[in-house]
Design a protein around this ligand. Structure first.
Ligand code: SF4
Length: 831
């Protein structure tokens, strides 16, 4: 029996290079239940991070009562992490579930029936469409719905209404990952594979505290670093995370670059490849474009110059570059430390540049994992509910628009493609001024998760915009809405989703949703039906009624595109494992790794974008792209480093950075309702280095006020391992579980302090580069409510260790054969 709060990554299973990760089934059943108590197990995959671990849901007496990992699944080989084990099911029967629709009457939300709620939505929608046209409508969705729901929403928005104002909270999360792929390779889609972990010589983690954000994937890495012939780890992170500690342990490097300087560091690493002759000139000449420009851009970034900008040691830059330049295979992973920071896209693209310069792509052990944060973010990007056209089509390519128009049987002019899709931050600006008068928010909580919280609250609560919120609970955002719709959640509906590794899982319905809650698919279909959207022949626009029918419609939308689902079906997905796309006639069992032939989807008629200038965001035109004749070659692109928008000053001398931590997910809608997860991190905190805390007179657990030019929070201080000059705040904590304190939780909500600023290419807002000051309010009477088990560990002695997870089992089982992942070293291939 294992306490997976205390032991985050579970028991080790060390194994050698090129061998299959041993299987182990992790399981947790609530209330001391045993296997004998479970009525049935229902196939699914975990929905609490982008790793997408295959699992089965335990059902007893019509309730979800636990989960177990699927040993046969290629993603997790049976393992689950603390969030998956403890957080997957308790929320479902939380007494505060939304069970009936709510409408606002005289300033208050009151219960109503579905006809009344939908009637109000449809009446407002029709009136605004008649008075002001499609641009009056905006949709802001999630990274947590299913393919069938995103695709249906995309068709509603693009072919039913014709609005370009569609995006998801993926904009806050993985927009940079998608954009970086498009800029380098021509289309979104993860080139690498988790199986690269089994084959690589080095792993670079850029702004990616994988040990906390994707705990099962980190366990997979630990099972190699703790065996013979381990890969060396290089960590880029301003905090001394478990990843940084493992980097030191494996003889690698921890590069704690100053917040806002990632691109300078990346330019320095790239320059080292050039000056040391670690570039595969032949491969670069055959498969890439832009090497000469890139060499020129990075030339000023000597190790000494990088050290000056980033605050790292010049020799550490040289060592890290040497590891990259001389390892036979390298796996890189990237996450929010790059995506939510200054010059996000340019920094993420720089990771691709390193791989392309050495030809380390499309080969076992040499992949790039531009990670996602949320479990179904990938699908939002694929299906087009984030504003892109479905199937990785290019909004700027008339032929792609016409393909969709034929598929949906609508006039191509209905599909908005006269300008780029409107990104989330701009949608909020339009809602602020009222040009968007109808904003439908599904499965996300912008009142907590978007930057500059006070502004977002003002926008959502104002009279200028009619706001609909569809969710499981009365979130901080739902409290501000005009209509609230109760949604069914994971395990209460059927659908498919795709993890960061392109692996598609089917999640079957295990139990009934409470009372009147409906699946998001059913809600969207009900709206479409009530609006009576029609195609060019007067037939009903959206003719699917079930999740499986919606999936089949989606498959057709992917035909011939890089994201090809045509070989998948619900029947096929009810097998032992998820299956990575593309799945089609050429690859009926799926595709473990992209670009094995070094041919990239960059042809002008095929690509998802013509690209951008990474410094300014200026778009490349079709003519300019065609003139380059990319024809399957990848782009090498660079940009000069520029200082972040908000610099420290005498008034605000510290840098403020936000992030995720191990026991909570997003705004805690689910994880905050799990007792073990809640107790492990029950309240907000900030982390300050001992160097900064000492002159302020701040010690462990003291109450401090952290202020930026936009707002302030008052929380306890953890004297921790964040780099000197920086302050870290977890972004999970809003106000839904507070009573009798400041409204909307502004005393502890990390985004009170962040800025309304975004990357020029991906449009992802910056959550990690603001200036702040810290003031001590009073002595603490107990330690900060931060975990001791990972990056938030205290430097102060005597803080009780975080523990308290109910017993779980971790059962080693015979390792099955995994498709695309044969045992032995013979698939290491042509490195
Ligand atoms: S790693 Fe992510 S997907 Fe896997 S169990 Fe944990 S939270 Fe769920």
């Amino acid at each position: 029996m294992v306490d997976r709060i205390a032991d985050i990554w579970g028991p080790r299973a060390p194994h050698g290079r090129g061998t299959v990760w041993p299987a182990r089934v992790d399981q947790y059943l609530e209330d001391g239940l045993t296997d004998a108590d479970v009525d049935r197990w229902v196939q699914s995959a975990c929905l609490l991070c982008s790793n997408g671990c295959g699992c089965d849901i335990a059902v007893k007496d019509g309730r979800m009562v636990g989960v177990r990992g699927r040993a046969t699944d290629v993603v997790n080989h049976g393992r689950l992490g603390p969030k998956g084990l403890y957080g997957s099911t308790p929320w479902a029967r939380s007494p505060d579930r939304l069970t009936r629709p709510l409408i606002r009457e005289y300033g208050r939300l009151v219960e109503t029936d579905w006809d009344t709620a939908l009637g109000r939505i449809v009446e407002t929608s029709r009136r605004l469409l008649a008075d002001r046209g499609p641009l009056s409508h905006g949709f802001y969705t999630s990274g947590q719905l299913f393919i069938e729901e995103y695709y249906t929403l995309a068709v509603i928005g693009k072919a039913g209404i014709g609005t370009p104002h569609m995006d998801g909270n993926t904009r806050l999360c993985t927009a940079t990952a998608a954009t970086a792929f498009k800029e380098s390779f021509g289309a979104d889609g993860q080139p690498g594979s988790y199986t690269d972990i089994e084959h690589c010589d080095a792993i670079f983690l850029y702004g990616h505290n994988m040990a906390e954000t994707q705990t099962v994937l980190w366990a997979r890495i630990l099972d190699r670093t703790r065996a013979a012939d381990p890969p060396v780890i290089v960590c880029v992170d301003p905090r001394r995370t478990p990843v940084a500690i493992e980097a030191e342990r494996t003889g690698g490097v921890h590069l704690a670059a100053r917040v806002g300087t990632n691109l300078a560091l990346m330019n320095g690493l790239t320059r080292e490849l050039f000056v040391n002759g670690w570039v595969d000139d032949q491969w670069v000449a055959a498969h890439t474009l832009g090497v000469d420009d890139l060499r020129t851009v990075v030339d000023p970034y000597t190790p000494d110059e990088v050290a000056r900008i980033c605050g790292v040691e010049p020799d550490d830059v040289r060592r890290a570059a040497r590891i990259f330049g001389t390892s036979a295979t390298v796996l890189s992973t990237v996450l929010q430390g790059f995506y939510q920071s200054h010059q996000a896209t340019a920094s993420a693209v720089a990771v691709h540049n390193l791989h392309l310069l050495r030809g380390l792509i499309g080969r076992p052990g040499s992949g790039v994992l531009q990670m996602n944060g949320q479990p179904t973010a990938q699908n939002n990007r694929e299906c087009g509910a984030d504003g892109d056209l479905p199937g990785f089509r290019n909004w700027d390519n008339e032929a792609h628009v016409h393909e969709l128009a034929r598929l949906w049987n609508v006039d191509p002019l209905v599909i908005p493609h006269w300008a780029p899709p409107t990104h989330a931050m701009q949608i909020m600006s339009y809602a602020e001024e009222g040009s968007i008068g109808f904003l439908w928010i599904s499965a996300t909580n912008p009142a907590v998760s978007m930057p500059e919280s006070a502004r977002i609250r003002r926008i959502l609560s104002g009279d200028q915009c009619f706001v609909i919120v569809q969710d499981l609970f009365l979130t901080e955002t739902a409290q501000l809405a005009d209509v609230v719709l109760p949604a069914a959640g994971w395990g209460e509906k059927t659908g498919t989703f795709t993890n960061v590794n392109r692996t598609v899982h089917l999640s079957d319905k295990a139990v009934e949703a409470p009372s009147e809650a409906r699946s998001d698919l059913d809600i969207f279909l009900a709206y479409a039906q009530a609006m009576d959207f029609r195609d060019a022949d007067g037939r009903t626009l959206i003719r699917w009624r079930t999740a499986e029918e919606a999936f089949d419609a989606w498959r057709e939308a992917t035909r011939g595109r890089p994201v090809d689902y045509t070989g998948l079906s619900y029947t096929k997905l009810r097998g032992p494992t998820g299956i990575p796309w593309p799945v089609n006639e050429a690859a009926p069992q799926g595709t473990d790794r992209l670009y094995t032939d070094a041919v990239f989807p960059t042809a002008t008629d095929h690509c998802e974008t013509y690209g951008h200038d990474l410094l300014t965001g200026a778009a490349v035109t079709e003519q300019e792209h065609r003139a380059l004749r990319p024809d399957g070659r990848a782009f090498l692109k660079g940009a000069a480093w520029t200082p972040p928008h908000e610099q420290t000053s005498d008034d605000y001398p510290l840098l403020y950075t936000t992030g995720r931590t191990v026991y909570q997910f997003h705004t805690r809608t689910k994880t905050g309702r799990s007792r073990p997860l809640h107790d492990a991190a029950p309240d907000a905190w900030v982390e300050i280095s001992p160097i900064d805390a000492s002159p302020l007179g701040v010690t462990e657990g003291d109450l401090v006020r952290v202020e930026s030019p936009r707002g302030a929070i008052e929380v306890r201080a953890r004297i921790g391992n964040v780099m000197a000059g920086a302050v870290f705040a977890p972004f999970h904590y809003g106000a839904w579980d507070l009573t009798g304190v400041a409204p909307q939780g502004q005393h502890r909500q990390a985004n009170e302090l962040t800025m309304t600023v975004w990357d020029p290419v991906s449009k992802q807002p910056y959550f990690k580069t603001a200036a702040c000051r810290v003031v001590k309010l009073r002595d603490g009477d107990r330690p900060a409510p931060a975990p001791t088990t990972a990056a938030s560990a205290p430097v102060t002695r005597g803080v009780p260790a975080t523990a308290g997870g109910a017993p779980t089992t971790a059962t080693p089982v015979a390792t099955p054969h995994y498709p695309n992942d044969p045992a032995g070293t013979d698939d290491v291939g042509d490195r």
